[in-house]
Design a protein around this ligand. Structure first.
Ligand SMILES: Nc1nc2c(c(=O)[nH]1)N[C@H]1C(S)=C(S)[C@@H](COP(=O)(O)O)O[C@H]1N2
Ligand SMILES: [Mo]
Length: 162
């Protein structure tokens, strides 16, 4: 009889891979994340689209999403490619959310978009998905809170022909 891995192991992340339109594909484990400048969220209500409060946390600890992207470096060959650049953040279960270059570097959303590894002073366990993402500047924080963050993929949106 083959033992299947526990369900939690399939939905947890110990490493985030940054790929796509980047100069250097890069993978960040917990040690690599801890070497980047630390950010704290402060007290936070995690509210879903319905307005339901999923949880309150006194504090998440992590690093800015832009810090990871800056290590990998956006590959933007043409002048003004940044205006159509975006990143998809994907969880182990395929849950995917999007941030545009503009949101991250040209609005305050980028300041609060964090890759997190600790909550209320304790590292995020496998039951909580391990490494995650949270966008503290969102009105409904639960939606761009990605559990078990596995991949960040940089894309350039294709404009349609005129
Ligand atoms: N990987 C992943 N993250 C996810 C989701 C999901 O389905 N998969 N659902 C989102 C939604 S709709 C909600 S309400 C919250 C629930 O947060 P919790 O699992 O921390 O309670 O997770 C968000 N993050
Ligand atoms: Mo939700």
């Amino acid at each position: 009889m083959s033992a299947s891995p526990p369900a939690t192991a399939l939905h947890t992340s110990r490493e985030v891979v940054v790929s796509g339109s980047v100069k250097r594909r890069h993978s960040f484990d917990l040690c690599a994340l801890m070497r980047l400048p630390t950010q704290l969220t402060g007290p936070l209500d995690v509210v879903c689209l319905s307005g339901r409060k999923v949880r309150s946390a006194s504090e998440y600890k992590g690093v800015r999403l832009t810090a990871l992207l800056d290590v990998a470096q956006w590959h933007l060959p043409q002048a003004r490619d940044f205006t159509r650049a975006y990143v998809l953040a994907q969880g182990a279960d395929g849950y995917t959310v999007m941030f545009s270059w503009h949101e991250l570097y040209n609005t305050s959303i980028g300041v609060g978009a964090l890759v997190v590894y600790e909550r209320d002073g304790r590292s995020l366990g496998d039951d909580e998905g391990g490494i995650g993402l949270i966008s503290t500047g969102d009105l409904r924080v639960a939606l761009r809170r990605v559990r078990a963050l596995k991949r960040l993929t940089v894309h350039l949106a294709e404009p349609s022909a005129l």
